[in-house]
Write a protein that binds this ligand. Structure first.
Ligand SMILES: Nc1nc2c(c(=O)[nH]1)N[C@H]1C(S)=C(S)[C@@H](COP(=O)(O)O)O[C@H]1N2
Ligand SMILES: [Mo]
Length: 536
């Protein structure tokens, strides 16, 4: 028998087996989607496994992924998981032709793995295992039945196999093929139905949350931020606005599905060490308190030198220190037993901030509004924390639901368990926004402009130099507040050639940004931003 003939003989059953595997995988995902509607969306197997991958990703790899894929890192991860699942499905499907029971067990095992992973995530609970388990049982059953009666392979007609002593090749008979097509089509239709129903139900939950957000009108804050000083915004082409619009605001979190919390059912509890009056509040309770409005520049510890993971917004919220004081909390400097405040989100993220810092008089907020509207879902609706001067991962908990007073000694929150520093004040930094690296410019006057930030301290000076020459003072925009970034501009007489532009900032404590380059791990990058441009 020629190789080609043999291929023709093996391929149809192998193809049918692969198809069975894919159908079983599709059924699993569809049933899991349906089950997730009863538990929560985060418990979908792909979400759970993806989340677990994120949880286990070492800090440098996470930063690499963020830098290369940006906010698409999550999409890439999910596609990767689906691809692996597809490969597994095809393999198991083909093997099922020979080892039906073992293949079905492998599917069960795979689902069990998903279930254990889902329940074992930092925020995981028993019910999270359900979608993976239900999906696994459905997938294994489908595989077992599909490969069984309809796809049993029978010995082919004599003569198909030529060599002496070799078992006759096995083929699908016509009748069984028909039966298989009917069974496969039924399974495909049923799982598409289950999947669509699951999607619908999940979408309904999201719609409820969206309706609660749309219905919301935030009361006017008792203490306003005031209008932005006219001199604070330089309006240089290529330089972004002083206040970052919500749609342009960076997003960094581990959530594969953005939590969509219904404001009406949202609760916040305050408990732990030194809490003499534990609190439990609903969203309406929060809105009844005195609201303040503050412009604060948020910065991510993963922001590389020159990076864009920083943004400035006008936040509306209640003062965190007041709420804590009401619960009886005293900072360590006044004898309080807790030095760490753990903020816990609805999906189980934990971020730890120094109690001393959030109660030292700075505008640490439980924010409900961002740039004049309720928080967008991706930025933490209905309530998040914002603390000026601390990197996001030690302060800016989104989808907040619990505040627990504890000690640094006693508990390491999520990022600290993964190698990041326990305490991380934002480092003084400056960035060139225009011109952009590798721009080609005409010789003559060029506005070099950007932003600089040193939250809590304020920016005192920004200097620019060309090709490593002498530093020149840039012109600083008027300061909005010490907690917001400050724009700057420097007029450059550009001469033909290739030039490097470099910036450094000095904050009001007198310290100048260091030239020493360190990476983002464990407590934020240092070094100076430089861009190379061509002038002709
Ligand atoms: N629940 C939750 N909150 C979170 C995070 C997260 O992963 N989950 N990431 C933090 C980090 S690292 C940063 S920098 C800020 C980013 O806030 P943004 O996405 O609104 O810009 O949120 C913080 N709050
Ligand atoms: Mo971050």
């Amino acid at each position: 028998m020629t190789g080609r003939a043999r291929l023709r003989e093996i391929l149809p059953p192998a193809g049918a087996g692969a198809l069975c595997g894919l159908l079983a995988a599709g059924t699993s995902l569809a049933v899991a989607e349906l089950a997730a509607a009863a538990v929560r969306e985060e418990a979908r197997p792909v979400n759970a496994v993806g989340g677990a991958v994120i949880d286990r990703t070492p800090a440098p790899v996470k930063d690499w992924a963020i830098e290369n894929f940006g906010t698409n890192d999550k999409l890439v991860l999910q596609l990767g998981i689906l691809l692996l699942l597809g490969l597994f499905a095809v393999t198991v499907g083909v093997l099922a032709l020979r080892f039906r029971r073992a293949a079905a067990l492998a599917v069960l095992g795979f689902g069990l793995f998903g279930a254990v992973v889902a329940a074992g995530r930092p925020e995981g609970a028993g019910p999270d295992a359900l979608p993976s388990l239900a999906g696994a049982v459905a997938g294994a059953t489908v595989l077992y039945l599909l490969v069984g009666p309809s796809l049993r392979m029978v010995p082919g007609p004599p003569g198909l196999s030529e060599r002496e002593g070799e078992a006759p090749a096995r083929v699908l008979t016509g009748f069984e093929r028909r039966r298989f097509v009917v069974a496969a089509t039924t399974v495909a239709a049923a799982s598409a139905g289950a999947g669509l129903l699951g999607r619908r139900l999940n979408a309904a939950g999201r719609a409820r949350a969206a309706a609660s957000r749309t219905a919301l009108s935030l009361p006017a804050p008792a203490s306003r931020a005031g209008t932005v000083p006219t001199g604070a915004e330089l309006r240089v082409p290529g330089l972004g606005p002083l206040i970052t619009p919500n749609r342009d605001f960076y997003r960094i979190d581990t959530a594969l599905t953005v939590p969509r919390v219904d404001a009406e059912s949202w609760r916040l509890t305050v408990r732990g060490k030194g809490v003499t009056r534990p609190l439990e509040l609903g969203f309406a309770d929060l809105l009844e308190r005195e609201l303040v409005e503050r412009r604060i520049t948020l910065t991510c510890v993963s922001n590389p030198v020159g990076g864009r993971y920083t943004g400035n917004a006008s936040w509306i919220g209640v003062r965190l220190a007041e709420l804590l004081a009401e619960a009886g909390v005293r900072p360590p400097s006044r004898g309080g037993p807790a030095d760490q405040l753990i903020a816990r989100s609805v999906e189980g993220m934990t971020l730890g901030s120094p109690v001393e810092a959030v109660m030292d008089g700075r505008d640490a907020l439980l924010a409900v509004g961002m740039n004049g509207e309720p928080l967008p879902f991706v930025n933490g609706f209905p309530v998040r924390m914002v603390v000026p001067g601390l990197y996001g991962y030690v302060s800016a908990c989104k989808w907040l639901t619990e505040l627990e007073l504890t000690t640094f000694e006693e508990y390491d929150p999520y990022w600290v368990q993964r190698g990041w520093a326990r305490e991380a004040p934002i480092k003084t930094m400056s960035r060139i926004d225009t011109p952009r690296g590798l721009d080609t410019l005409p010789a003559g006057r060029v506005a070099v402009a950007g932003v600089a930030w040193a939250q809590r301290t304020g920016i005192d000076r920004v200097e620019v130099r060309v090709d490593g020459g002498a530093w020149s003072d840039a012109e600083l925009a008027e300061e909005d507040s010490v907690d917001t970034w400050r724009q700057w501009v420097w007029m450059w007489d550009a001469t033909p050639g290739r030039h490097s532009l470099e910036v450094r900032a000095t904050d009001r404590s007198g310290s100048t940004q260091t030239a020493d380059r360190v990476g983002t791990v464990p407590d934020g990058a240092t070094g100076r931003h430089a861009v190379v441009v061509n002038v002709n």
